[in-house]
Design a binder for this molecule. Structure first.
Ligand code: WQD
Length: 333
């Protein structure tokens, strides 16, 4: 019996692969390597001393997926695969809708034929949309997403909700991630964006490494404690452990349930920059720049539901996030 991870060589997928293996699960990874590298499988093996079975496969390709389900007894799927660049989703929306919706639907069809009934989905806090007030709670309305990337998460949540309503045997867990940062303490796996990073932490680590000459802080006139944006940064290893708990939950509960995976605490952009400089003893030159289009002032989770129902709570703080992110960056080839 195995657990299938789509997008399992990516940033969050690879960390979850490690935690699942450490928890005793047999896993199978499917990834088309469009935004990751096959060497990640070696790194997962180095960390866990167990090599996951790997298929270089596109989740939109039904025949490839069927082969994976034919060759393995898959009891649950964690669906990480998907396009995730917010800006690109605005300029190429069709590509985003095609890929992200198609992969989820194809997966559901193949799972149904194979009698596989547990689906854990990588959703995002972005589904709370532009009008929501913090802290975000799972029962708040979703929608009014700021970009097509966010709408794909919203739509897939809806598809999975309907699928679970129609099939009494199905267990769906929707995990709404806040802002994952950091890396595995080994420094072997982490976030490695292609080209100029869009997200804050990779931009900080690349500036620290001398690959960028300075960080632009997008706005210091928000209604926050220091005027910069506030986010719920969560260590990726904590996030990965949340998936192990979600899988245990899906194994025991039918229907569709949604959980925030955040720490419940917001920190500002300057908190993160200052903590990074302090724990790593390295200067990050930065300049205040205009606000970035589409950004909101503040986002953080109410993390109570995951604590109560999953028995999961983030353990690692901003210091570990900054230390581990830099450790990974230094190791990057
Ligand atoms: C965080 C803060 C920026 C870069 C996005 C997606 C979300 C999820 C994660 C993933 C904001 C500021 C950033 C920089 C800066 N998507 N910033 N200078 O926008 O909260 O969330 O990524 O796969 O769905 O929306 O994350 O890291 O881009 O920004 O000042 O160079 O850092 O303005 O306040 P965000 P982020």
């Amino acid at each position: 019996m195995s657990i299938l991870l789509t997008g399992g060589t990516g940033y969050i997928g690879s960390h979850t692969a490690v935690e699942l293996i450490n928890a005793g699960y047999d896993i199978v990874i499917a990834d088309n390597l469009s935004n990751s590298e096959a060497v990640v499988i070696d790194y997962i093996e180095t960390i866990t001393k167990k090599r996951p079975k790997f298929y270089q496969a596109d989740v939109c390709d039904k025949a490839q997926l069927e082969k994976i389900f034919d060759e393995n007894k898959i009891t649950a799927v964690l669906h990480f695969a998907g396009y995730k660049a917010v800006g690109e989703s605005v300029s190429e929306p069709i590509k985003y809708y095609r890929n992200n919706l198609d992969s989820a639907i194809t997966l559901l069809e193949v799972m149904q034929s194979a009698g596989c009934n547990q689906f854990i989905f990588s959703s995002s806090a972005t589904v709370y949309g532009t009008g929501a007030t913090v802290p975000y709670k799972e029962e708040m309305p979703t929608g009014h997403c700021a970009n097509p990337y966010g709408w794909t998460k919203y739509m897939i949540e809806q598809i999975l909700t309907d699928a679970a309503k129609a099939n009494n045997n199905l267990s769906v867990v929707l995990l709404r991630y806040f802002n994952p940062v950091g890396a595995h303490e080994s420094g072997l796996i982490g976030e490695k964006p292609v080209g100029v990073p869009n997200n804050l932490m990779p931009y900080i680590t690349q500036t620290a490494a001398g690959m960028r000459d300075h960080l632009s802080v997008f706005g210091n006139d928000y209604d926050t404690k220091d005027g910069t944006g506030v986010r719920d940064f969560i260590h990726v290893v904590d996030l990965a452990k949340g998936h192990v708990k979600a899988l245990e939950y899906a194994n025991k509960n039918l229907g569709c349930e949604v959980f925030n995976l955040g720490t419940g605490t917001g920190y500002s952009v300057l908190d993160l920059v200052n903590t990074f400089m302090e724990v790593n003893g390295i200067n990050i030159p930065y300049e205040i720049a205009p606000r970035r289009a589409g950004d909101i002032a503040t986002s953080y989770a109410n993390a109570t539901k995951a604590k109560e129902k999953l028995g999961w709570q983030a353990q690692l703080g901003l210091k570990e996030m900054c230390k581990d992110a830099w450790n990974f960056q230094k190791n990057c080839k």
